[in-house]
Design a protein around this ligand. Sequence first.
Ligand SMILES: C[S@@+](CC[C@H](N)C(=O)[O-])C[C@H]1O[C@@H](n2cnc3c(N)ncnc32)[C@H](O)[C@@H]1O
Ligand code: SF4
Length: 308
Amino acid sequence: MGRMRSVGQTAYYGIWFLKGLLGSKRPLVNTMVITYHCNLKCKHCHIAENLHLVPQPHSISYDEAVEEMKASFERGTRVLFFEGGEPTHWRDGEHDLLDLIKAGKEIGYFVTGYTTNGTQALYTQSDVISVSLDGPREVHDGIRCPGTYDALMANLEKVDHPNIFANMVVMPENKHLLRETVQIVKDNQHINGLMLNFLTPPPEPKVLTLEEKRKVVEEALELKREGYPILNSRKALRELLIEDYSERCPFWASEFVMPDRSKCYGCPMRGESCRKCGFNAVREYSLITRGSLTTIMSMAGRFGLSTK
Ligand SMILES: C[S@@+](CC[C@H](N)C(=O)[O-])C[C@H]1O[C@@H](n2cnc3c(N)ncnc32)[C@H](O)[C@@H]1O
Ligand code: SF4
């Protein structure tokens, strides 16, 4: 990336941070939930079973998505993430996710990213790619669907990208498999680290007890000390043990645009789920807005600046 561009982006973040200290609450991240549809039905994900409850349409059109991306950019967001459902399955006529990534770049977003279950070919034009990995093959496939682990690994083999990380949701099925999972990541030259989250309810029965979470956090901190690529900042890992995060959630920093073009802040699960929030990103945002230099350093290079 050009040095001037990097300086410009860093300056923008610095001004956003300073204005935040003075009380200006403007969003920085725009997450576009472009579709609720998905090719899988993971055990821990409530999207598929609640599809009949959410308003139509269940996918946004290309033109609407671009309008929303422009409007959010005007409101100040510079980091653009595509979410779902499964964003790689999104289509509108000839358009696919790659067109949205390109449109985001043309609008001026510093960074584009998306989360995927990895069963489709990866769009390497995105600055950041988050692939879901919930454990070794048998456990990952048990949570997701038989064959998804091998499909993900095969698709990773086909790409050469500097910023792919794995997103793990810790739940009863995989709570004892942290070391094995981060070893898989360490041994895979296509993934550069593992980001841990706890399951956010629903489904309630899959939420770990606080004691179980504490053991996972302690193990993660130890693995980090041993040099394993766990990407959560140390402080965020500890704050994952603050289960009710509603008081600390910097909801204004993160805007969500839903398929029907409605907006929400913080995350679409905001409300009852906040009592047991397990999302790591929320801790990182909070620590950044509170000026934690170590968190800023550990997150900025990875998620703040374009790699393309
Ligand atoms: C909703 S999915 C959408 C993207 C894509 N379909 C995937 O699976 O990566 C985004 C991430 O949220 C995680 N997730 C789903 N349900 C969750 C829950 N209840 N609590 C925490 N994370 C959850 C998934 O495992 C995945 O890593
Ligand atoms: S692949 Fe993603 S969106 Fe689809 S069911 Fe699994 S977690 Fe939910």
